[in-house]
Design a protein around this ligand. Structure first.
Ligand code: C2O
Length: 555
């Protein structure tokens, strides 16, 4: 028999037969990612705060270790000695603050080649987001952001970080504090004061001066960032907007695809994707999580390091408290009634593997499946205040009157052709600073447990600047100073820069839209107006941001 050779047509046939869920919005399954070969580390390209304009090659490879001695994680080997009770940082007692400080002092004092040192802890983050490691046996960069890997990878990361701090203190009950920025009630939404004491082990001078005011800082806007000409908001405006941000990203985003992000399997490649298979980040990651990174970072530094760029973010001790809150909100999200709020059950998710150092400097291989029950990991979250989930019942009100489709048409807005109706070399749409288009709603009946979602297909950005998008429904006049408190606001996308070996990132964005349609009263309409606003710190790169299409689907 003649050997099979790959014929281009055969390849096309194969591609066409791969089932896509959510029509071109979510990546297909392949095989779970496995741990990378650590001996093949490349210096990541990063930036260093204080050197504007310079691209620096940064070595964040993990310290040399014997990969033959990788230990497999098991609950038996990591028994729960004492529960780790994670509390809100702004409520920490003086005694706990002192202990927290001591823990980070001890970690900072370790030599930088010790796997438990603060330097190595920070480099682990840089390594898995700035291109230091490849997916095994490939040339594809391993990336733990912008997909369903985001929540479990960071859960494991802070789990080991916390164990190391506890073991340095000799205190197995030591628990991380969480930065309660979602809480708009009793002061959780500014930088927790213990991190703002100049000279302490919890301080970082590479922060926005406002953030470092601690208790005197103004509340952190979760997504509306002071980029370019964006208006400064009063404290009560910030609070109202934050409630809507949390409502849109936690309550209406009621499926794993929307909230946690899309699939990332072996072979997923951010630098070489078409809109058909672009990965996708979840609402928690792309909204408040990214916004807080930007807000905390230092505007004097390149890309607002430390927190403003993944390369250096984990050099700031607040990073771990920030992610402890992200982790907590993952659990809160699952407990909200309504929707399909469960973790993915795909084996590409459950069997995905990561590597971390434990408190004895062992290299440990963990799987996503073992991270899904945080109580099994000995973790408990304590609420700061009984009203801190105020956003749960937020009721955004509409500000537009009637459908704006005709108005938008008169202004020149075009009907959007969904990407899957086009050929692969179809044109890209340039967003500019403000992009308005008409998008058709599905004509079929919506199933009872289905959500109506907007998919922005094949968003392509450069990775070396922070990109902030705001998406509005039925508000073609929206501009940088439009409040994001109304029912017209669909959500934002904050892309934290991750300068890596490839300059471009292609991703899909999905946003729940059915709740907004209902609140505005557009249920009967066939077409809706979608407006995307773009803000970046680099006007040059703003002009090159494109999408492949938009579509609305039941899913
Ligand atoms: Cu790995 Cu907040 O990012």
């Amino acid at each position: 028999m003649a050997p099979l050779t790959a014929h281009p047509n055969l390849l096309l046939l194969l591609l066409a037969s791969i089932p896509l869920s959510l029509h071109s919005c979510i990546w297909i399954d392949a095989a779970p990612i496995v741990v990378p070969d650590l001996s093949l580390c490349q210096p990541a390209i990063g930036t260093s705060p204080g050197f504007p304009g310079e691209e620096q090659v940064l070595d964040c490879c993990l310290p040399p270790t014997n990969q033959d001695n990788i230990k497999e994680f098991s609950f038996k080997d990591y028994p729960i000695r004492q529960k780790k009770i994670r509390r809100a940082a702004h409520k920490a007692s003086a005694k706990y603050i002192e202990k927290y400080n001591r823990a980070y002092q001890l970690m900072r004092a370790l030599p930088s080649d010790d796997p438990r040192s603060f330097a190595v802890q920070a480099n682990i983050h840089c390594a898995f987001c700035n291109g230091a490691y490849k997916q095994r046996d490939t040339n594809i960069t391993l990336q733990v952001h912008f997909s369903w890997l985001f929540l479990p990878w960071h859960r494991w990361y802070i789990y080991f970080h916390e164990r190391i701090l506890g073991s340095l203190l000799g205190d197995p009950s030591f628990a991380l504090l969480y930065w309660n920025w979602d809480n708009q009630v009793d002061g959780g939404n500014s930088l927790p004061p213990l991190f703002a004491v100049n000279g302490s082990a919890l301080y970082d001078r590479n922060r926005d001066a406002n953030a470092n005011l601690g208790l005197n800082a103004s509340a952190a806007p979760l997504v509306r960032l002071r980029i370019g000409s964006a208006a400064t908001l009063s404290p009560s405006e910030v609070i109202q907007e934050n409630l809507n941000v949390m409502y849109q990203s936690m309550v209406t985003a009621s499926t794993a695809d929307m909230f946690m992000g899309g699939a990332y399997s072996a072979g997923t490649d951010f630098s070489n994707v078409s809109a058909d298979n672009a990965p996708l980040g979840g609402t928690l990651e792309l909204n408040a999580h990214g916004g807080i990174h930007y807000w905390t970072g230092d505007p004097r530094a390149t890309l607002r390091g430390d927190m403003g760029v993944f390369t250096t973010a984990a050099r700031d001790p607040i990073f771990y408290a920030h992610h402890t809150n992200v982790d907590r909100l993952w659990e809160v999200w699952k407990s909200i009634p309504g929707g399909r709020r469960t973790n993915p059950i795909d084996k590409d998710f459950l069997d995905a593997e990561f590597l971390f150092f434990d408190e004895n400097s062992n290299l440990v291989k963990v799987k996503v499946r073992d991270a899904l029950d945080y109580e099994k990991l000995g973790i408990e979250y304590k609420k700061a205040h009984k009203g801190d989930n105020q956003w749960l019942n937020f009721e955004p009100l509409p500000v537009s009157q009637g459908s704006q489709v005709e108005y938008a048409r008169m202004q020149g807005a075009k009907e959007m052709v969904p990407f899957d109706k086009q050929s692969l070399d179809s044109p890209k749409y340039e967003l500019g600073l403000n992009f308005t288009a008409l998008v058709q709603r599905p004509q079929s009946e919506k199933g009872d447990d289905e959500e109506e979602v907007l998919c922005i297909q094949g968003l392509e950005v450069t990775q070396d600047t922070f990109v902030h998008l705001q998406v509005f429904l039925n508000l073609p006049q929206a501009n940088a100073s439009t409040p994001i408190v109304s029912a017209e606001y669909l959500g934002s996308t904050n892309l934290v820069p991750m300068p890596a070996h490839s300059k471009h990132l292609t991703t899909n964005v999905i946003l729940e839209i059915g709740d907004n349609i209902k609140r505005i009263g557009l249920q009967k309409d066939e077409w809706v107006v979608i407006t995307i606003l773009v803000q970046t710190d680099d006007p040059m790169s703003a002009s090159s941001i494109t999408i492949r299409g938009m579509s609305i689907q039941y899913h």
